[in-house]
Write a protein that binds this ligand. Structure first.
Ligand SMILES: C[S@@+](CC[C@H](N)C(=O)[O-])C[C@H]1O[C@@H](n2cnc3c(N)ncnc32)[C@H](O)[C@@H]1O
Length: 248
């Protein structure tokens, strides 16, 4: 059974708005978004389409992130954007802020561009970049979804501090990450990430899973208030949604 409501376990101060109810997107909306990833070329394969359809229908990530960003017009930088699924989810939610996605995987960025162009996605750009080498200049909101574990501890801290400094008054920093702990969920998350690398879906290998205390300390030191919410849905993973905004 899918949990209806997941209460935040801890927070430093409430960050508005609430981060979703732990359910994935409904089937019809998932299908509409995933259609953008149908192969445009007759020889293309359907892997991206089935992957995105499965992810949208099973993962509570997108409702959580959409709820966290709703109400802000700040431009969004999506770090480690993959195929750019968030851009499609935002537009389907009526959120029209400028979107810029960056990812180390040049092949994914090429597919993200092609799908965005094929569906006429407005005001969305995609670039190849390695976050370990630094971040593109930006002012506004920042999304970091399922990416932190691919960076070293030092690179994570630097990324989070730099991203925090980018936030404008109405902007939000939205992070989804598995947290490093010895729970069964923690172990399942680590094994699945490793398998994704071994089968070639993820070019990168996981390096370091952040802890809740470490994340909170870094974000609060950067002047942000934070809310941590478990985002398990009906998945076996130790996923959390962290929403941060400027304090005061
Ligand atoms: C699990 S996927 C998440 C994709 C997307 N954020 C989403 O939620 O659908 C992780 C992404 O992080 C990217 N990534 C890993 N290490 C990176 C790095 N050093 N710089 C930029 N992107 C990176 C991978 O290429 C991959 O697309």
């Amino acid at each position: 059974m899918i949990p209806r409501m997941q209460t935040p376990s801890f927070e430093s101060a409430p960050a508005d708005p609430p981060p979703g109810d732990g359910r994935p997107l409904d089937r019809a909306r998932s299908a509409r978004i995933a259609r953008a990833f149908l192969p445009q070329h007759p020889l293309g394969n359907r892997h991206d389409y089935f992957y995105t359809l499965f992810k949208l229908r099973s993962d509570p990530l997108y409702p959580g992130v959409l709820a966290a960003l709703r109400g802000s017009r700040a431009p969004l930088l999506d770090l480690g954007c993959g195929l750019g699924l968030l851009a499609h989810a935002l537009r389907s939610d009526g959120q029209t802020m400028a979107y810029r996605g960056v990812d180390i995987d040049a092949a994914k960025i090429a597919r993200a561009r092609r799908c965005a162009a094929a569906t006429g996605l407005a005001d969305a750009t995609f670039e190849t970049a390695d976050l370990a080498d630094g971040m593109p200049p930006h002012r506004g909101s920042v999304a970091i979804l399922d990416v932190l574990q691919y960076l070293s501890h030092a690179a994570q801290r630097e990324l989070l501090t730099t991203a925090s400094a980018m936030l404008t008054a109405d902007a939000r920093l939205v992070i989804r990450t598995g947290l490093g702990d010895d729970s069964r969920r923690g172990r399942t998350t680590r094994i699945t990430d490793r398998l994704a690398n071994l089968i070639g879906w993820m070019q990168e290998r996981p390096k370091c899973y952040p802890t809740a205390d470490g994340l909170r300390e870094t974000l609060e030191a950067a002047g942000l208030r934070t809310t941590f919410t478990p985002l398990y849905g009906n998945t076996p993973f130790n996923n959390w949604l962290i929403v941060a905004a400027r304090a005061g």
